[in-house]
Design a protein around this ligand. Structure first.
Ligand code: 1HE
Length: 266
């Protein structure tokens, strides 16, 4: 069942967006080109996150067809000067920053090719759900180029620089199981089940206190990379801000009065 379409005038034809309750779904819609990412699509992703409706409390990034994304649209690489190359890469960085450090958490649904810039896009999300068909590669080495959409920063955080170097130097492809074991995805599901799983996770995320979601997106990654002494202080401050909110007080009261859900497995 489709949701209510949003941002129709804002997005290029390679993207579509809809609301599913409190979850905004952004779908890569260029399956005939394996969802290769051209400039228009990257700018559209940025526009989507800048124009996210206030009622959206989480985002799911999904893809039409069998593949998440075949990465950079190779037909668009023209004779770029060095300076133009820098600004092209920085355009990707800007768009993906909107994902990683935006207003709400983002879940990506991976399947088929999650390759090059497609992996870079996936890594900007906070949670990755991979269907068993997903496979991961960084073919930039074979194409004579380098990653430019943030992979050198985000991929090593997930799997380490040595594994990323192996993927780039040897063209190694990791299948969905390996990717799950390495930490490229946090969830591994059967083919066709990724979207439902991601929507379910999105709905859970949307039901959190906004201050907690804010802390997880904006404070946690900074604390994790800080010197521990600064990190502990930032954590204490963030914890106090969250605990002091009316939302936290009401949620804690609800638990003590047995009105809140207990911890359950899913
Ligand atoms: C594309 C692209 C693309 C497909 N740019 N057009 N990425 C890559 O090096 C991956 C290149 N793509 C592939 O290796 C394969 O297409 C796949 C393994 C992903 C899928 O294979 P398959 O057999 O399902 O599809 P196909 O027949 O190869 O492709 C279908 C069409 O999509 C075809 O166009 P058509 O007009 O001939 O029908 C392909 O040309 C087109 N297509 N992938 C443009 N990537 C910020 S820097 C990031 C740097 C990178 O991302 S480098 C990695 C680039």
């Amino acid at each position: 069942m489709a949701g209510e379409r949003i941002l129709e005038g804002v997005l290029p034809s390679s993207l579509r967006a809809e609301m599913r309750e409190a979850v905004a779904v952004l779908t890569l819609s260029r399956p005939e080109k394996r969802n290769a990412l051209n400039d228009e699509t990257i700018l559209g992703i940025e526009a989507f996150f800048l124009s996210l409706p206030a009622e959206a409390k989480a985002v799911v990034i999904a893809a039409e067809g069998e593949n998440f994304s075949a990465g950079l649209d190779l037909s668009e690489i023209t004779e770029r000067s060095t300076v133009e190359g820098v600004s092209h890469s920085m355009m990707w960085h800007r768009a993906f920053e909107r994902i990683e450090f935006g207003r709400v958490p983002v879940v990506a649904v991976l399947k088929g090719a999650v390759v090059g810039g497609g992996l870079e896009l996936a890594c900007a999300a906070h949670i990755r759900v991979a269907e068993r068909s997903a496979y991961y590669a960084l073919p930039e080495g074979q194409r004579g180029i380098f990653v430019g959409g943030g992979a050198s920063v985000r991929v090593p955080r997930l799997i380490g620089a040595a594994r990323m170097a192996d993927m780039m130097l040897t063209g190694r492809v990791h299948d969905a199981e390996a990717g799950y074991a390495l930490g490229l995805s946090q969830y591994l599901v059967e083919p066709g089940e990724g979207f439902t799983k991601a929507l379910d996770l999105g709905a859970r995320i949307a039901s959190n206190a906004p201050i907690t979601n804010f802390a997880v997106i904006h404070a946690l990654p900074r604390i994790a990379e800080a010197d521990p002494r600064q990190g502990f202080m930032m954590e204490a401050l963030m914890a106090a801000v969250a605990q002091g909110s009316d939302d936290a007080k009401e949620r804690l009261r609800a638990f003590l009065e047995k009105r809140a859900k207990k911890v359950t497995e899913f």
